[in-house]
Design a protein around this ligand. Structure first.
Ligand SMILES: Nc1ncnc2c1ncn2[C@@H]1O[C@H](COP(=O)(O)OP(=O)(O)OP(=O)(O)O)[C@@H](O)[C@H]1O
Length: 701
């Protein structure tokens, strides 16, 4: 089809007047023929069946009936006027009712002419009635382009009264297909269509709007979903390949004495297979000429720290420096301590830089960094300040990336002549399908195995009325020498109610667990950093047994002796947050517990969240449920990506199609990176269009 036809403004289509054109633009975003063509139905109704009035049985059924209007009257009521038509098909009589648009309807309805009516029936006042029916003269109905599966277009239901009914869209679509003669260009190459037995583009577009059968509808949907994913993946993979091709990195050719010595003599435990695999992936990246840009996903406690260290050792072995940046002071201190401990037998220098580093120490760090006497620097975003200059930074590791913006990641790049290799670590599992779409431009490594011997955190759900039993449990655990977290929701630090809940909770805990037998810490977002740190340290050192806190302790805190996590008002937390919080316990050898406290009032979704937490400890399974409950929109990082603009495919339900589309996109680009081969001409053409227009469906059919 030629481009000008599809880009014709919608005003020019027969049947679209200026008013309708305005509505189509404003309400549905249809500006051109192309927009209309790609306005896909969101469901289909089976219209093969015609009902008789004497067969009607229950309210809310969607029915289609052939009959005649025998009489129309206006009924005045307190609430307003109604227009009521008696409609009969010889087996009985029912009422058609309109609450608005009376004048137009009265003038246009034909008495005693056969109509096909469709809609949802009600049982009202001893008879069936059908408010605001869709209706069409039987003669027109028989002539129209129609199919058994009748499409229902999104958002037309609420627009019916303004003149854009589903039937209007259907008619306009018929007109569009008539004018186009259904000659839309093919957008996939022949071999893909043949191998996957896809419908050709023409047939897919026709059947999505006018399905000839259920089978063809499914095929049409599959073809268009495939295509949507295929082109998004093609874009992402291409970006990634161009990056690899263009952005040179320092090749770390050797694995030298530090890495080998550590691996042979100083590993505190045997690596899991997943850790080994991931280290190998990172080694391969570092050894190539391209800059590494890798995302390391690993569930809470899966052992990312040692992977980070071993990657840094490779940088050091090749004469480079490395750094690790974490989002909070607490976390960077923790990383520093564990890395320092792991490296104590290696001859390397490692220091910590945060907001609270003293000026004199800071000066020393700056000097050592610049003259190369410092090998590894750990810290908060103090690391990306311009003052911090490295002699030769070879690898930057960023922990918990969603707390840092893309810009901060980019700042790291500028610390050298060539950008350092970047490893981003996250403990928030992202479902594979989503990761493929959102982080398609990063390579992804996954630690999908926990270290051996790790006990699952036993998780239970308790109502507030069981609080006394929970208190007893806390006392018993403390008597065994364990420590307890009690977490309150504080989603917005400014929410006064939350703050009050936290303080009330704290006071009741203090009453229940009095001095001198019990010591309690409290940490929340409104405290000064130094006070927070002080309270945290008391808990770390075991001076306090209970830590009352808000979600500030959500990520990364590692206190192996803390074995009970109590989450108050658990129904108010999202699933991934609950999982992160639970990840704070179960880090030592003891059996750990997570108690989810709630009131009796629970929404269906909250129940699903709680049940999921009780059922499984697997972060990826939890992430899948979370994606199903919330959709991709709320999950970190998805806002800027193309996944939300999907018109027909569904990232949650169509994961299988996505995988196939991704593998085909790979195959095509591997064999033909710049899409020069003649068989890829339709793909090249479409790809060029879509990169120009930015939106996946704005390319030419
Ligand atoms: N292969 C292993 N065998 C035994 N223990 C391990 C292994 N790998 C890591 N550990 C231990 O497991 C604990 C968790 O590891 P680590 O702190 O690296 O997890 P993480 O992935 O950073 O988790 P989080 O994101 O929750 O901080 C540590 O105490 C670590 O020493």
């Amino acid at each position: 089809m030629n481009a000008t036809f599809l880009q014709t403004p919608i005003d020019y289509l027969k049947g679209v007047g200026p008013n309708r054109a305005d509505l189509l633009r404003k309400e549905i975003g249809i500006h051109t023929y192309q927009d209309l063509l790609h306005f896909f139905p969101n469901r289909y109704i089976d219209k093969t069946r015609y009902y008789k009035i004497n067969e009607l049985q229950q309210s809310n059924a969607e029915v289609q009936i052939i009959g005649k209007i025998i009489h129309i009257k206006t009924v005045e009521q307190k609430k307003g006027k109604r227009l009521v038509a008696s409609f009969t098909d010889g087996t009985g009589t029912m009422e058609l009712v309109w609450f608005r648009g009376h004048k137009w309807i009265k003038e246009n309805l034909k008495i005693n002419e056969p109509y096909v009516i469709f809609g949802k029936i009600n049982w009202y006042n001893g008879t069936f009635s059908l408010p605001h029916p869709e209706m069409e003269l039987l003669s027109e109905h028989e002539n129209g382009l129609r199919s058994a599966m009748q499409p229902v277009y999104p958002s037309t239901e609420k627009l019916t009264n303004s003149g854009i009914s589903n039937r209007t869209i259907n008619k306009l679509m018929q007109q569009l297909f008539l004018e186009s003669k259904n000659k839309f260009s093919e957008t996939l190459s022949k071999n893909i269509i043949e191998e996957l037995k896809l419908l050709p583009k023409n047939e897919a577009l026709f059947n999505i709007h006018f399905p000839k059968s259920q089978e063809l509808l499914v095929k049409a949907q599959y073809r268009l979903k495939f295509e949507e994913f295929f082109y998004i993946q093609l874009q992402l993979i291409r970006k990634n390949l161009i990056h690899k091709y263009k952005i040179k990195g320092y090749p770390f050719e050797k694995v030298g004495p530090l890495f080998n010595d550590f691996y042979k003599s100083h590993l505190p435990f045997e690596l899991t297979d997943a850790q080994k695999r991931v280290i190998k992936e990172i080694r391969n990246d570092l050894g190539s000429n391209a800059q590494m840009n890798r995302l390391l996903q690993g569930d809470v406690g899966s052992g990312k720290t040692i992977v980070a260290l071993m990657s840094m050792l490779i940088a050091l072995d090749n004469g480079f420096q490395a750094c690790l940046m974490a989002p909070t002071e607490i976390l960077s201190v923790q990383h520093y301590n564990s890395l320092f401990e792991l490296c104590k037998n290696l001859n390397i220098s490692i220091l910590l830089l945060t907001g609270s580093t003293k000026t004199s120490e800071r000066k020393e760090i700056h000097e050592k960094l610049e003259n190369g006497n410092l090998n590894i620097l750990i810290g908060t975003h103090a690391l990306i300040e311009d003052k911090v200059k490295f002699k030769n930074l070879g690898l930057a590791i960023i922990d918990e990336q969603h707390r840092f913006g893309v810009e901060q990641r980019a700042k790291m790049w500028k610390k050298n002549e060539l950008p350092p290799h970047i490893l981003v670590m996250t403990a928030t599992p992202i479902p594979r399908t989503l990761a493929m779409s959102v982080y398609g431009d990063l390579d992804i490594s996954v630690i999908d195995e926990l270290p051996p011997g790790r006990k699952e955190v036993k998780t239970v759900h308790r109502y507030d009325s069981n609080r006394l039993k929970v208190f007893k449990f806390i006392r018993d655990e403390i008597a065994k020498g364990r420590q307890i977290y009690i977490v309150y929701p504080l989603i917005q630090e400014s929410e006064k109610m939350d703050y009050k809940d936290l303080m009330d909770g704290y006071e009741s805990i203090v009453r229940e667990f009095p001095l001198p037998n019990y010591q309690i810490s409290i940490v929340h977002g409104q405290m000064k950093a130094a006070d927070k740190e002080y309270e945290m340290q008391r808990f770390v050192k075991g001076e306090t047994q209970i830590m009352v806190a808000t979600t500030v302790i959500e990520v990364g805190v590692n206190i192996p002796n803390a074995s009970v996590m109590i989450i108050e008002s658990a129904e108010r937390f999202g699933l991934s947050q609950l999982h992160q919080l639970r990840g704070r316990v179960g880090r030592g050898a003891e059996q750990s517990y997570c108690i989810l406290m709630t009131s009796f009032k629970l929404s269906k979704e909250a129940k699903t969240r709680l049940e999921t937490m009780v059922r499984t400890n697997d972060g990826f399974e939890i992430a899948e449920v979370d994606l199903k409950l919330r959709g991709p929109g709320d999950i970190m990082g998805t806002q800027q990506s193309g996944v939300l603009q999907l018109k027909i495919a569904d990232i949650v339900k169509d994961g299988d199609v996505l995988k196939i589309a991704r593998s085909y996109a790979w195959q095509v680009l591997k064999s033909d990176p710049s899409l020069q081969l003649p068989q890829h001409a339709p793909i090249k053409n479409t790809y060029t269009q879509l990169t120009r227009y930015k939106n996946i469906w704005n390319y030419i059919s």
